[in-house]
Design a protein around this ligand. Structure first.
Ligand code: KMH
Ligand code: ZN
Length: 309
């Protein structure tokens, strides 16, 4: 079995807000710099969201993505994976605008509607840097992260002409069955890439039993060895879960999108710091990071020359 592990790094996301960590990249310059640093640290795939440069508020605006995509594209060979999840407050059309415009090699695809809550974090913050943050965080107790079957089919069909491959985001076991449904409809073709997500409030909990359960269910639904899979976990669960994925021969995703920490109670000072940490852990198991070229080969990607940024 290949000892290569695809390390994805999710640079900024839409879950954490600037007050939660001074190290969270929000401006195009910060997003570009941290993406390049993470790629140089060993991340083969860079997963990207955009934020309003002045306030750090999540945005789906292609004009903001355009301020950092070309820079990252020029400076690294990493695969760029754009979000179609945006934030739970965006419409599906807004979420898709950048991926549609730039036709990246990869984009995310969220495999089901769900509650996606971050409001408990509000209790730990006394003073907010920006006016939008507190409402965004507290109102997440009333957010529905919309991903209907029709939304998913729309995204699959819209992006399939672009030759874009998907990181299928599965936050619970039911999402694996939804993916199986789209495979049956021939809207998802192998080799497909399943991102198993643990510890999001509204998704499956970050417990080892659940990782085994998700993997066993995916093997049963898709056929062991017929798909590429990766693991990410939120917050303090990040490193234990990606370590476990490494032990199981899976791929891994780190990044400040999913956790602002490097260890219990200590803020990560960059995305690259998390990439280097999981790289060290994987090295102890005899694993090496897949290069971007190896990741393209493993995932059947269209190549850097076929993107529009
Ligand atoms: N925030 C992660 C848990 C997306 O961007 O579409 C999953 C994610 C979804 O990255
Ligand atoms: Zn994301």
């Amino acid at each position: 079995m290949s000892n290569k592990v695809i390390i994805s790094c999710a640079i900024t996301g839409a879950m954490h807000t600037p007050t939660m960590s001074e190290f969270l990249p929000v401006t195009p310059a910060q997003i570009a710099a941290q993406s390049i640093e993470a790629a140089n640290a060993g991340a083969a795939i860079i997963h990207l969201h955009a934020r309003n440069p002045a306030t750090g508020e999540p945005t789906g605006s292609p004009e903001v993505f355009a301020q950092f995509l070309p820079h990252i594209h020029r400076e690294t060979d990493a695969v760029i994976n754009l979000t179609t999840g945006g934030s739970p407050t965006m419409s599906v059309a807004d979420r898709l605008a950048a991926a549609q415009r730039f036709q990246p090699e990869m984009c995310s695809l969220n495999m089901g509607s769900m509650n996606f809550a971050i409001f408990p974090a509000a209790g730990r913050i006394k003073q907010w840097k920006f006016p939008w943050e507190e409402g965004y965080v507290r109102n997440s107790d009333d957010f529905i992260f919309r991903n209907t079957f029709r939304d998913i089919a729309y995204i699959l069909e819209t992006m399939s002409d672009a030759g874009t491959k998907f990181e299928h985001e599965c936050y619970d076991v039911g999402h694996l069955y939804s993916l199986a449904h789209f495979i049956e409809r021939n809207l998802v073709k192998p080799p497909f890439f399943v991102q198993m997500i643990f510890g999001i409030l509204g998704g499956i909990g970050a417990e080892l039993d659940n990782l085994m359960f998700m993997k066993r269910t995916a093997d049963r639904l898709f056929g062991a060895g017929n798909f590429q899979w990766s693991v990410l976990a939120a917050g303090r669960h990040q490193m234990p879960f990606v370590t476990q994925a490494g032990l199981m021969g899976g791929n891994v995703r780190v990044g400040l999108e999913d956790s602002i920490f490097i260890e219990r109670g200590k803020l990560a000072e960059s995305n690259a710091q998390q990439v280097l940490k999981i790289r060290r852990i994987l090295a102890e198991m005899g694993h090496e990071p897949a290069t971007p070229a190896e990741a393209r080969q493993i995932l059947g990607l269209k190549g850097k020359a076929h993107v529009r940024y």
